[in-house]
Design a protein around this ligand. Structure first.
Ligand SMILES: O=C(O)CCC(=O)C(=O)O
Ligand SMILES: [Fe+2]
Length: 294
């Protein structure tokens, strides 16, 4: 008897009729304890427990200067603004994000291959890694809008087809991140529970969701439950500091109404053993500049 090929089971159903809480089915740190790399064992324990870890000076001040200068060049380059990989603020028409920055720019390409980053990502994911997504979020002052609470994995699973929670992000500050200029907030421990969100994914959802997230957004009730159980950590630090965070950590950031830009580069490393499949809850995969399909 033959049977039609079936999809692998969906461990993390989402975008169905109702919101649901599902316990994490995957490790947080995938490498064997004692695997050599830049992270200390106690740092990996902290990452495992909280779903994030900060590194005070991941890149040195002279390297930050170079990255900052490159960012300034990118956001003022008319060719970048005209590129589909640049996302503008709906209100001010200023550049809000530039995707695939490691392909657009030599300087960011080198950063994405830097052993300080790749070595840490490999330690967390327990395998070789590649870049699933890169972006700079510019967050200029005087009103750049924030990013509402979300789990990146919910979108990467639903819309990009990443099967397992085996993906890690690093956010490196290129300007000082203050409490006041829209710095990142994460709910510690939230990475242990998957929040399957209610609602269907519209076709071409990404065009809207990159400016303002809608499908895949947790309800007020769910966010209250998580915040009461986990609390909220707010990340501040000088340019050059970094936050590593798990793909399923609930996170977000507020608007930036100060005069001081908050520009961070985000690099997302995925395990080569977790390559994307067909989307789990969307009609078509997102374009490869948002989600690599190697
Ligand atoms: O830039 C931020 O504050 C958050 C960005 C974020 O969560 C994302 O790009 O997925
Ligand atoms: Fe995110």
């Amino acid at each position: 008897m033959t049977s039609a090929p079936t999809r692998p089971v969906d461990l993390y159903p989402t975008r169905g009729p109702k919101e649901e809480l599902i316990g994490r089915k995957d490790p947080v740190v995938w490498s064997e304890p004692g695997t050599a790399g830049p992270f200390w064992a106690r740092e990996l324990e902290e990452y495992d427990r909280d779903g994030f870890l900060t590194v005070d000076e991941l890149v040195a001040p002279h390297e930050v200067d170079e990255l900052r200068a490159e960012l300034d060049r990118l956001v003022t380059d008319p060719a970048v603004r005209a590129d589909e990989r640049a996302i503008v603020e709906p209100s001010s028409q200023e550049i809000r994000s530039v995707f695939e920055v490691h392909r657009i720019s030599e300087v960011f390409a080198r950063l994405a291959e830097d052993p300080r980053l790749v070595g840490r990502a490999r330690q967390i994911l327990g395998s070789d890694v590649y870049v699933h997504q890169s972006r700079v979020n510019v967050k200029p002052g005087f009103g750049a809008s924030g990013f509402y609470w979300h789990s990146d994995f919910e979108t990467w699973h639903a819309e990009d087809g990443l099967p397992r929670m085996r993906t890690v992000s690093v956010s490196i500050a290129l300007t000082p991140n203050h409490t006041t200029n829209g710095s990142l907030m994460i709910m510690p421990g939230s990475h242990r529970t998957f929040l399957g969100c209610a609602g269907e994914t519209p076709r071409d959802n990404y065009k809207k969701s990159l400016q303002m997230q809608d499908a895949g957004t947790p309800s007020d009730e769910a966010l209250t439950t998580f915040a009461e159980a986990c609390g909220i950590r707010h990340f501040t630090g000088p340019a050059g500091s970094a936050t590593w965070f798990d793909c399923n950590a609930l996170h977000g950031s507020g608007d930036n109404i100060t005069p001081y830009p908050r520009s961070n580069v985000f690099l997302v490393f995925n395990s080569v053993e977790n390559r994307p499949e067909a989307p789990f809850a969307a009609p078509v995969p997102r374009p490869s500049f948002i989600a690599a399909r190697p």
